[in-house]
Design a protein around this ligand. Structure first.
Ligand SMILES: CC(C)(COP(=O)(O)OP(=O)(O)OC[C@H]1O[C@@H](n2cnc3c(N)ncnc32)[C@H](O)[C@@H]1OP(=O)(O)O)[C@@H](O)C(=O)NCCC(=O)NCCS
Length: 164
């Protein structure tokens, strides 16, 4: 499967909310919250789509990071069930990390439900570490959140030709 990423815009709200309400059910953000998130000047939201069906959004992810700030936050990420386990979630998080680095961030934070094993696997694999637990962070279900932090790694560069 092939996807392209692009910056999200206000016109993506309905497509994003269709995934949001399916994936997060009772924890889902309202359309008003999501609209505000997309519009924040320091937000960076990406959507993923199959180039053959560009009108269908399969995933989205968002970063909040003020240019010049040392810290950023992964606000959200969701991949539609039909598109999971093909590396899209990993690609989206790496893209947010790259953008945070460009904006000058040294650390990135996020919260994840303690019972969300897929997401915890993904974040750990990318180098996020558990800082602590926020009791009852997710309401109304009263589920705890793990707070995770990534020390933004240096960009990976590779020579265009083989080294001697
Ligand atoms: C978490 C989520 C974004 C992962 O997206 P994805 O596109 O399926 O993830 P990827 O294919 O990029 O997987 C990357 C790695 O994450 C881990 N991972 C992903 N899904 C996993 C699962 N169900 N179980 C265990 N590990 C998993 C694996 O380490 C995986 O690497 P591998 O496939 O080489 O084993 C997706 O499951 C999702 O949208 N979940 C619902 C929303 C959500 O929980 N968002 C996070 C809120 S904090």
């Amino acid at each position: 499967m092939v996807w392209q990423l692009r910056r999200a815009n206000a016109a993506d709200l309905d497509s994003i909310m269709a995934i949001e309400t399916t994936v997060f059910s009772r924890d889902a953000w309202s359309p008003e919250m999501m609209r505000a998130e997309l519009a924040f000047a320091d937000s960076y939201y990406l959507v993923a789509f199959n180039p053959a069906t560009p009108e269908q959004i399969d995933a989205y992810a968002g970063l909040r990071c003020l240019a010049g700030s040392a810290e950023g936050d992964v606000q959200t990420i969701a991949v539609a069930e039909r598109a999971r386990r093909h590396g899209l979630g990993r690609t989206l998080v790496i893209s947010l990390v790259n953008e945070a680095r460009r904006r000058g961030a040294r650390e990135i934070f996020l919260e994840v439900r303690v019972d969300n094993e897929p997401a915890k696997h993904l974040y750990r694999e990318l180098g996020f570490e558990v800082l602590g637990v926020r009791p009852g962070y997710y309401q109304p279900e009263n589920v705890d959140a793990e707070v995770m932090r990534l020390t933004v790694p240096d960009p990976v560069t590779a020579p265009a030709v083989g080294q001697e």
